[in-house]
Unconditional design. Structure first.
Length: 172
């Protein structure tokens, strides 16, 4: 049973890493990733025997993150896929790991933006254009920021403090 529980909990880091990489190469986070995270959370929480209070609190944190994500999307700060991934990851992380999540997402997003500004500078852009097409697109001036990368970094940083990871006592 412990192996099954571990496999269920490890779906989270696998999906957020995939979402971040997918955003970097295509500027798209498919809806199925966020939906899979929500569904896998429900299954993992039940398989781990998480108390209903913890599950409810996690859903509250996820809902708050969805509202914040919709607000950021409405302001044009992030894309729709980013908003959904942000909320789905917050659902998994719950309380109090959401504080670490939020701080690391902000810091990683800032670092990503600065890195892309450097990459898009006239000094480096010439070298980048010789690379793969997806990397050249990252260096395109005026192109968006694949914020899914920052969300993935924040999610992975906060994951060990999440109630589900703590309940499983994974050696993370």
């Amino acid at each position: 049973m412990h192996l099954l529980q571990s496999a269920l909990v490890l779906v989270f880091p696998a999906l957020v890493v995939f979402a971040g990489l997918r955003d970097a190469v295509s500027y798209v986070i498919p809806n199925w990733i966020s939906l899979a995270l929500v569904a896998a959370f429900a299954v993992a929480a039940l398989a781990l025997g998480a108390p209903l209070g913890v599950i409810g609190l996690n859903f509250g944190v996820g809902l708050a993150a969805l509202v914040a994500g919709i607000g950021m999307f409405a302001l044009g700060w992030i894309g729709g896929g980013d908003a959904k991934l942000f909320a789905a990851a917050a659902l998994w992380l719950g309380w109090p790991a959401s504080f670490t999540y939020l701080i690391v997402v902000c810091l990683a997003g800032g670092a990503l933006a600065v890195g892309l500004l450097c990459l898009r500078s006239p000094l480096l852009r010439h070298f980048v254009l010789a690379g793969p097409a997806w990397f050249a697109r990252l260096a395109e001036p005026g192109e968006n920021v694949p914020y899914g990368l920052a969300i993935a970094v924040g999610a992975l940083a906060a994951f060990p403090a999440s109630p589900l990871a703590a309940g499983l006592a994974l050696p993370l």
